[in-house]
Ligand binder design. Sequence first.
Ligand code: VGL
Ligand code: ZN
Length: 197
Amino acid sequence: MRALVVIDMQVDFCPGGALAVPGGDAIIPAINDLMPDFDAVVLTQDWHPPDHSSFAANHPAAEPFSTVQMPYGPQVLWPVHCVIGSPGAAFHPALAVDVADMTIRKGFRPQVDSYSAFFDNDHATPTGLAGYLRERGLDDVTFVGLAHDFCVAWSAIDAARLGFRTTVIEDATRAIDLDGSRRAAQDAMRAAGVRLA
Ligand code: VGL
Ligand code: ZN
């Protein structure tokens, strides 16, 4: 049984948004077309409180896109984005959200970010997605959405490590590409056993 997991197709990650991924909205028609081919469709939604520790604005004198050490490891500091309940946190209006069976929200704990759809960035606190997929017999998971080199890559690597047959459809993702992060993410996904289609 096959699940399509659509990562963070939200207003703030599309052109004009607070943390826009170049061409982020261009993949929406392809994602909508893929949805009927799967046994289940899951959406993820980046969902941060205003005091979230991943926001540069909450670190005195820190610039957006710089990196700091958190108790759980290095963390890129982002512009304020996807604030709970804000227009930027909404799904892009062109996304076929009605087809989805499930929405997983992530990043709502102030002290830890959550790139992966499965775990917070401490790699320990689960979102519940693995249990949902297993309980429904969804052993084959395909990822699309934003951003290729952060939330899509971290989700796909965790899925492969958790034992799911894992595919990323690269044409239906777009990258932030910070300091070569796109290439590094591709290498890490391949090393983890993710199929790049
Ligand atoms: C993401 C940076 C911060 C993503 C989310 O969806 O890839 N990137 N929050
Ligand atoms: Zn975020």
